[in-house]
Design a protein around this ligand. Structure first.
Ligand SMILES: C[S@@+](CC[C@H](N)C(=O)[O-])C[C@H]1O[C@@H](n2cnc3c(N)ncnc32)[C@H](O)[C@@H]1O
Length: 441
């Protein structure tokens, strides 16, 4: 008996360990689930929809929708305009449709049998996920490419690598019994609320993460601001890494101001404040607030200078850029040149990394308008990581200005991931300024 219990405990611990890495994702075969079915606890479903403030204007998509509980709750309990579940398993689709019928909301909830990685979900303004770290990372470039800025993405339990969430919540796990679902001591008691669903991390609680899809704002922005002292020219250079944006500014006038900008981006809403580094600290304070619409930003600017407080309208625009071509630079791990080829296909940028006879597609690539960001694991094989001198994560980011790219390249050797799982550990890294040379138009 003791041996059986110990064995069972070991099996359970292994399953839980696998689960904490992702829901033990397997390779996708056509028509087969690549992630196993585990339901989100009903209280966590409500918390996910609550944290995203789901309401009557929202179209909610649950990718990998299981028994349909998230899509149904979005419409039934939060009054969402419409909800769609995408699910590969026909049995779950049938179950979801029955559950929708029971809830009496079948006009506003739809279930599509299909692969979440290839089915269109661009209509969503709320996306919910309970998948795993790897599937989340696999999905994030598509999500940022097709979803409108301001769309809320919710993930139950799993992060998105180095993309920091805008909101995080931990929901304590309600004690159900020795091994949760399997031996739920309370399940026969009708007065105990229904908390059925997963118990991936008993005693720790479920985690909910939320991200706001950022507007793509990398690049060079130029504008004119009418002030009491006459018109002033503004130039901003913005570098974007997912939701993180930083850069520099220049403002004409007397004196001319220049320095760093601190940017806070929330969907389409931008706020930034400029720290001039060519006048004494605190002499001039410039604060901008505005909205981004494709290649135009506009809003109000507040200037505080020597006791004066002025407010002006501002507007800045970004020109069209074309960074397609093949870009070459010296490799971080040896005396040779490596290349990044960027092509446009169907209005979408496609990048490929070229190192001698190696050709690697850069699937985690982000077109942020006047610049881009990408991550690439070099040395990945179908079944793991092949350790060679150049195995590691390459992370690049650049803006395009007058025919050149300038940015930064980071290399994390030995497959050491840059906060890939959000575990807070600082990996070894080589960071260099990146100014690749265009070798083919
Ligand atoms: C962990 S469950 C989450 C279910 C539901 N979203 C919830 O939170 O209760 C993951 C679901 O994704 C489905 N799934 C796995 N791979 C899929 C794929 N490639 N396309 C669509 N659905 C998939 C599984 O069948 C399963 O129902």
């Amino acid at each position: 008996m003791r041996t059986t219990c110990t064995l069972l405990h070991i099996v359970l611990v292994v399953v839980l360990k696998l689960s904490s890495l992702g829901l033990a994702e397997t390779t996708t075969l056509p028509g087969k689930p690549s992630i196993p079915y585990v339901a989100t606890r009903t209280d966590t479903v409500r918390d996910m929809l609550w944290i995203a403030n789901v309401g009557k204007d929202d179209i909610v998509y649950d990718l990998g929708s299981g028994d349909g509980r998230i899509a149904i709750a979005a419409v039934r309990d939060f009054g969402a305009r419409r909800a769609v579940g995408i699910e590969i398993d026909p049995k779950r689709i049938e179950e979801s449709r029955k559950n929708t019928q029971k809830a009496g909301i079948k006009d506003r909830v739809e279930f599509i049998q299909g692969d979440l990685f290839t089915t269109d979900f661009s209509q969503a303004n709320v996306v919910t996920l309970f998948l795993g770290h790897q599937p989340n990372i696999k999905l994030r470039s598509k999500m940022l490419a097709v979803l409108k800025p301001g769309t809320r993405i919710l993930s139950h339990q799993f992060g998105m690598g180095e993309w920091k969430s805008d909101k995080t919540m931990t929901v304590r796990t309600f004690y159900l019994g020795m091994w949760g679902q399997m031996w739920n001591l309370f399940k026969e008691n009708p007065r105990v609320p229904d908390y059925t669903g997963n118990e991936l991390t008993p005693h720790e609680g479920d985690k909910i993460f939320m991200w706001i899809v950022p507007a793509p704002i990398a690049g060079i922005w130029r504008g004119k601001i009418e002030t009491e002292d006459g018109p002033q020219e503004l130039q901003l250079t913005l570098h974007q890494r997912l939701s993180e944006v930083g850069g520099t500014f220049q403002l004409s006038g007397n004196p001319k101001l220049a320095g760093r900008v601190n940017v806070d981006l929330w969907g389409n809403h931008i706020r930034f404040w400029c720290q001039p580094n060519n006048v004494p600290y605190g002499q001039s304070e410039l604060r901008f607030d505005g909205q981004v619409l494709e290649n135009t930003m506009r809003g109000t600017m507040v200037v505080k200078e020597e006791g004066r407080h002025q407010e002006h309208e501002w507007k800045a625009q970004r020109g069209n850029v074309g960074f397609t071509g093949t870009w070459e630079w010296p490799c971080a791990s040896g005396p040779r040149k490596v290349k990044l080829r960027i092509e446009r296909n169907d209005n979408k940028l496609i990048a490929t990394y070229l190192d001698q006879n190696q050709t690697l597609p850069v699937t985690d690539f982000y077109d942020f308008g006047g610049g881009f960001y990408f991550t690439l694991l070099i040395g990945r094989t179908e079944h793991g990581i092949r350790i060679t001198d150049d195995t590691g994560w390459l992370i690049g980011q650049a803006v395009f200005d007058q025919g050149s790219l300038t940015g930064m390249m980071e290399f994390y050797p030995n497959g050491d991931a840059p906060n890939r799982r959000g575990d807070g550990k600082t990996p070894q890294v080589i960071i260099v300024d990146w100014k690749p040379r265009l070798v083919k138009p």
